[in-house]
Design a protein around this ligand. Structure first.
Ligand SMILES: NC(=O)c1ccc[n+]([C@@H]2O[C@H](COP(=O)([O-])OP(=O)(O)OC[C@H]3O[C@@H](n4cnc5c(N)ncnc54)[C@H](O)[C@@H]3O)[C@@H](O)[C@H]2O)c1
Length: 387
């Protein structure tokens, strides 16, 4: 018998629906003895609620007021996927209500909002709070995690990580909440894409000591719903040159988040180069991972292998088949549910992004704003934060 975790969903848009799909295909996972069940949903938009009603007819609570989900004793945990300006108030209320939370990034619209969320998290250690970030569960990324944990790289030469989109190249793409400072926040593309980029470097302990950022606003006006041009003030692209000090090593790390990277649709990548081993993975070629093993004076030959369909949790899918975005979301959810049930004794070691990792990302993005404004290299306060 599987142990059931009863979920409420706040924000039934793009990502809320992804979770509903995950729950519906939980049978895809093998050998897990826990299972999420969506019992309540909340959205202020009736159409979004209607989709859930249609696909999950056994819902017990359907509401436009999220506090009704928090008051329900039939709900153990919440997935919250709402616009960034709402993160602070809603996340704080969820944690105070004693519900476990998988919250979407960036975990507060700015560092002030994030600090308030962090204060409440620290007052409620009984509640498991994690931040959504699915790409490390791609088999190629998971393989790189193993190589890092095995210390395969020798002395790190440099690291590059990024996340690229390109639909904003079209100037006629209508403005939405993600492209307005009042709803997305001043971070622009960093708030939207950045946690995905920093998740693995931070998990590896590669924390920036300083940052020099170059931010660009390429398309400065977009049509609104009526077709009238309105200002589009958020940063489209960000390139952050970081100086990392970790375990006696010092190396450069280039992090980039681009909403306008021509030709890229949801390309997430990580490249780690070291003196004895280098490796690269990109969701552009989701089956392939590249690596180069080097011994003194030997050949420097990149090898490219098709990685099997093998992530954190075993599935019914055969090893030769392809892994995709929705598979990574399923794996991330397995990790979150595993942690709720088993705490420090999860079935495998990759846990979801932590609030402290999100907190550090806020320090980085806030410093990046300052760096771009002043054209200076900004030192970061990366003193250890509790997870
Ligand atoms: N992990 C990922 O890969 C990924 C991808 C996209 C977005 N996101 C994140 O997910 C979050 C939501 O993004 P999205 O793309 O799903 O947005 P979306 O606009 O598709 O959905 C947001 C939903 O929240 C609802 N909403 C707004 N105010 C509300 C309120 N007060 N109470 C309840 N519902 C309310 C909206 O009506 C909408 O249905 C953001 O934090 C975003 O950064 C994560």
């Amino acid at each position: 018998m599987s142990e059931i975790i009863r979920f409420g969903v706040i924000g039934c848009g793009l990502m809320g629906r992804e979770f509903a799909s995950v729950v519906s295909r939980w049978c895809h996972l093998e050998d897990v003895h826990f299972k999420p069940e969506i019992v309540g949903v909340c959205d202020t938009n009736a159409e979004a609620l209607g989709w859930f009603d249609h696909h999950l007819p056994k819902l017990k609570v359907k509401t436009t007021n999220y506090k009704e989900l928090l008051e329900s004793e039939e709900i153990d945990a919440i997935y919250c996927a709402v616009p960034h300006f709402l993160h602070k108030d809603i996340y704080i209320d969820i944690i105070k209500a004693g519900k476990h939370l998988l919250g979407e990034k960036p975990f507060g619209m700015n560092s002030e909002d994030n600090a308030e969320i962090m204060k409440v998290i620290r007052m409620h250690p009984e509640v498991i709070v994690r931040c959504s970030s699915e790409f490390p569960f791609f088999p190629g990324a998971y393989q790189i995690i193993k190589w890092v944990n095995e210390n395969r790289f020798g002395k790190i030469i440099d690291v590059e990580a990024g996340f690229y989109h390109s639909s904003d190249l079209n100037p006629n793409k209508a403005i939405n909440w993600k492209r307005k400072i009042e709803t997305n926040g001043e971070y622009g593309c960093m708030g939207d894409l950045g946690l995905h980029v920093v998740h693995l470097p931070f998990r590896f302990g590669w924390k920036p000591n300083s940052v020099r950022a170059l931010l660009s606003n390429i398309v400065t006006e977009r049509p609104d719903k009526r077709g009238d041009l309105v200002p589009c003030e958020t940063w489209d692209n960000a390139i952050l040159a970081c100086d990392v000090k970790a375990e006696g090593q010092k190396f450069p790390m280039i992090l980039s988040m681009k909403r306008i990277a021509p030709g890229h649709a949801n390309t997430w990548f990580i490249k780690v180069r070291g003196t004895v081993f280098s490796a690269e993975f990109s969701t552009k070629n989701p089956k392939q991972v590249s690596y180069l093993s080097y011994s003194q004076g030997g050949d420097q030959a990149w090898q490219i292998v098709d990685v099997p369909y093998k992530s954190a949790y075993q599935t019914i899918t055969g090893g030769i088949f392809e892994f995709g975005f929705s598979d990574s979301i399923l794996q991330m959810w397995a990790a979150f549910c595993d942690e709720i049930i088993h705490k420090d004794d999860m079935k495998q070691p990759l846990y979801c992004a932590t609030p402290s990792e999100a907190e550090l990302s806020h320090k980085l993005f806030t410093a990046a704003l300052e760096s771009n404004k002043t054209s200076n290299n900004i030192l970061l306060d990366t003193k250890e934060v509790v997870h």
